[in-house]
Design a protein. Structure first.
Length: 134
């Protein structure tokens, strides 16, 4: 089998590296939003983490929303930056094997989805009518 060459995985590696950089970028943006909300006391721009039907203009309590969402922005931003950075390091230094990293990736994805769902569910109370608490 002199003509047989293993499949080139460089395209897949480049794609996952791009995803890692996107994770780091989004995480940095979440941390920047946390800084604006927590330190600069600017209103939270709802579009970053909440569904499009929940807009800043229709929010009942923008300041309360900022206090509620700030720790979640910091936590999700840190998770994104941490996972993206670790993934880049793992790709370069082979710190974890394939299956270990796959399990870590699944755990990261489930955690991010759970945080998002919990945040949206609890944040809707800032848009609910005064008699309708969810």
């Amino acid at each position: 089998r002199a003509g047989f060459l293993p499949p080139d995985r460089s395209d897949i590696m480049e794609l996952t590296s791009i995803l890692d950089y996107l994770f780091i970028g989004y995480g940095a943006f979440f941390i920047y939003e946390w800084f604006l909300v927590q330190i600069k006391r600017r209103p939270f721009s709802a579009g970053i983490i909440l569904p499009q039907d929940l807009t800043q203009g229709t929010c009942r309590d923008p300041e309360g929303l900022g206090r509620f969402i700030a720790p979640r922005l910091l936590m999700e931003g840190a998770l994104l930056v941490g996972f993206g950075g670790f993934s880049l390091l793992n790709r370069r230094l082979a710190l974890l094997g394939f299956w270990s990293f796959f399990i870590l990736s699944i755990a990261f994805s489930v955690t991010m989805i759970a945080l998002y769902v919990a945040t949206v569910k609890k944040a809707r109370r800032f848009w609910a009518d005064s008699g309708e608490e969810r």
